[in-house]
Design a binder for this molecule. Structure first.
Ligand code: DX5
Ligand code: ZN
Length: 221
């Protein structure tokens, strides 16, 4: 299992002051910057792309950037995210006709590759590409918006994913995304997650460090 990591989703940050927001949340103790890319096609919302990722790197952000691509088709944007300095690039299997090729494109570019599973998408394809993933991301809400409620059925799916990772013997991060907060993070960790995306729980609070510290305290309990 990878060490626990807190990955604030900048979807809920103030986009008009994005650089400062990212600085602030990293200073508050965040480990990874979760970067939600939405295309108003694969998901019903439109957000930020590789230019903003590259701007954050130029601004001086050195922390890992976890680009969660909710984009279809995904292949033609992968190279742009590699050039923009993304550390992890994850995509939804439904958004790629050739999942193995998309994973390989990411890896060939030197980034870490991951697959994202919507709440009702089975984990089946993993069995064929386990050797090519560095991260498995389970959605605990339907993708498209921050501030939704955690879907409890995801806990069983986390246990299923954790068993697959353990059986593979590889160091694969198991990330959870959607509706994560101080109250439920402990139960989510117990089900096998090691990387926790949280958008509204952190950015809607007045003190980011207070929330992140409270999350870590729950994880240590
Ligand atoms: C949803 C995004 C999430 C979202 C999480 O499609 O992938 O990363 O920002 O936001 P919260 O933590 O508010 O559910
Ligand atoms: Zn996300």
């Amino acid at each position: 299992m990878q060490p626990f990591a807190i990955a604030p989703s900048i979807l809920s940050a103030d986009f008009a002051r994005l650089g400062e927001e990212v600085d602030k949340v990293l200073a508050a103790g965040a480990d990874i910057v979760h970067f939600d890319v939405m295309d108003n096609h694969y998901v019903p919302n439109l957000t930020i792309g590789p230019m903003v990722c590259s701007a954050l790197r130029k601004y001086g952000i050195t922390a890992p950037i976890d680009a969660h691509l909710m984009v279809k088709p995904v292949d033609r944007i992968i190279g742009d995210f590699i050039e923009a300095g993304a550390t992890y690039i994850t995509f939804h299997p439904e958004a790629s006709l050739h999942i193995d090729r998309s994973l390989q494109l990411i890896r060939d570019g030197g980034a870490k590759a991951g697959l994202v599973f919507n709440p009702a998408t089975p984990l089946d394809v993993l069995k064929y590409v386990m050797d090519k993933v560095d991260m498995i991301l389970l959605m605990s809400v339907n993708p498209g918006f921050g501030g939704q409620k955690f879907i409890p059925g995801t806990l069983d799916k986390l246990r299923e994913a954790r068993a697959l990772i353990d059986a593979s013997g590889r160091d694969i991060r198991l990330e959870i995304d959607g509706g994560v907060n101080v109250k439920n993070i402990r139960e989510i960790a117990a089900a096998g997650a090691d990387t926790f995306v949280a958008g509204s729980a952190i950015f809607n609070a007045p003190d980011y460090a207070e929330v992140i510290n409270a999350m870590r305290a729950e994880l240590a309990r």
